[in-house]
Design a protein around this ligand. Sequence first.
Ligand code: AMP
Length: 694
Amino acid sequence: MAVDHNKKDMDIDNKGEEEQKGKPVMVILVGAPGSGKSTFCERVMGSSLRPWTRICQDTINNGKAGTKPQCLKRAAAALKEGKSVFIDRCNLDKEQRSDFVKLGCGAQVDAHAVVLDLPAKLCISRSIKRTGHEGNLQGGKAAAVVNRMLQKKELPKLNEGFARIVFCHNENDVEATITAYTALGPLDTLSNGCFGQKNPDAKIQLGIMKFLKKVEAPFQCAASKEVKESENLAKGSVDADVSVDEITTLAFPSISTADFQFNNETASDIIVEKVEEFVNKLKNARLVLVDLRGLRCNVIANAANWRLKPGGGGVNAAIFTAAGLALETATKERANSLLPGHAVVVPLPSDSPLYTREGVSHVIHVLGPNMNPQRPNSLNNDYNKGCSILREAYTSLFTGFLSILRSRSKLPRRISEKLALTPLDLKDPSLDPRNHLTNSDQKIKRDDGCVYERSKKCKGANDETVADISAPSSTYGKVTGDKSKLEGPTSKTWGSWAQALYHIAMHPEKHKAELLEVLDDVLVLNDLYPKACKHLLVLARHEGLDGLADVHQEHLQLLMTMHAVGLKWAEKLLHEDSSMVFRLGYHLAPSMRQLHLHVISQDFNSNHLKNKKHWNSFNTAFFRDSVDVIEEIKNHGKATIKDEDFQLSMELRCHRCRSAHPNIPRLKSHISICQAPFPHALLENGHLVLALKT
Ligand code: AMP
């Protein structure tokens, strides 16, 4: 039995999971004093079926503080006996961890890191208050020590040799991780990957920083100042009179550094080298080294697999999902496979959601060298070969991008201006950027002439794949669509598909058949793509309220009305089926314009609930309970809109028992039988609406 097969969005290779069964694990705890490392170990060891040994430097020497070599020796012995091991030390820097990780390699044991990255304030206050601490770190001196250690902390990365890293940022995360390790029986395994990291693209930061340092001076230009730093830009030269939106942008990842385990440092040197080589040829274009969240770009580089298939858990899968079947078909038309070091340019068909929604005109698949011995055709650490293939990969990628630019530069100005608009605006096939690519090398087939026809087929607001939350994260609170027509009160712009609720709220008379109730301030309707047996929306009828970000003190009454109406409908539905449980709340960054309250039953039994984003949008902090929002508006006059986008890619956890699951089907089969009580936080303060017990 495998209890938890958590998969990270990215970079997970599940092959070999079978062979791994029954292995001991070494869990290296990483956290400041007061972060709860010892409690974590005690809690797991108190109820686990697996034999564990806790190695604590504070007590290793017959109950007294000892040395790191003593810890290593004891850990090695325990692993040899087949026991799993907790390394209960701060382990806040890579060097401290590395000897333990090496120990795992020798003993054929998976090394895990559990990072207790809790707020410094909490660690300090706990350390100050405690008495009888094993390491005598308590009272006044604790604060200084914790502070000093946290300043120097170096978070672990998979390339240190860890098979799995879990980041815990709060008590709930810690609880969930304790549950996962407690439930880990002797034959169970936990999936490999990195979970809960707030800034998952940290691994490419090194490359970005290096690049910016090196290229900043030669490429400073007027327009580059307009470019937001958060977009992690590797800038090309840019004409001052061209707005950032009009610049053709290639978004590319750091190739081979994730799945294929290419050394980060070497890879970033190659990126710098290759970008320097190409950047002068770009003119009005830019290269962005980044992951793809929240980015506006016209061309996406996809670090593909050699079969050019959607598989894997990473960015490759995400791009294929976002682009829909259209990308698969278009890719097949151009190539069936790819050799390392090569790239293939694929114009996106006009029915691809990535094209209609985000204006991405091309995907360039590129394959880098594989340094990961767990994957086929590894280069066995041959960095001579690896570097040369990686250079070829970037050359092919940037050459492909240049071919797109060249074809665009042949367009008349009128057309180039149009390129900044969404494809929905392209009534004239000649205006379609994809129709101006000439790439003789790849003899790419064109879909000339059928763009308008296909545009008409473009899926609109009634199409689930476009309108609902299966959209890529960039849809959340990000700019999409035709600016001129679709702007709302916040700085956001909404795609036409995202306006359906707004139109209903403004013109309920045209949508009578869809509405359950129409009142002066609100109206109620069934969610068109319900994510549970019962899923209603209570829609505000006020102009100027796109989402929570627009809500202020003066809207308190409206929020209370929305809540009361939602509650009334939940109670009505409970009357029909008293076994149901409802939750009322808002998405922090909605995908649809016009403030709407979700009233959703907690069975999540629906075929429309298809992916991680669907689940996490209702079961993480991305979902703000209506009662909490009301309190917040009462007390602070506005709702806190933190950037919680990362919540959408968190591992899948049961909303009742918080167990983790590898995919939606497994999660669904679990929740269909899970009878665990809901977490306390949900049971309190009216977060859940249940039938009264008679
Ligand atoms: P949010 O992420 O909070 O913006 O959620 C928007 C919700 O609206 C999703 O649950 C969609 O399934 C739902 N939805 C999208 N289009 C429509 C529509 N035309 N009528 C009713 N519900 C819709």
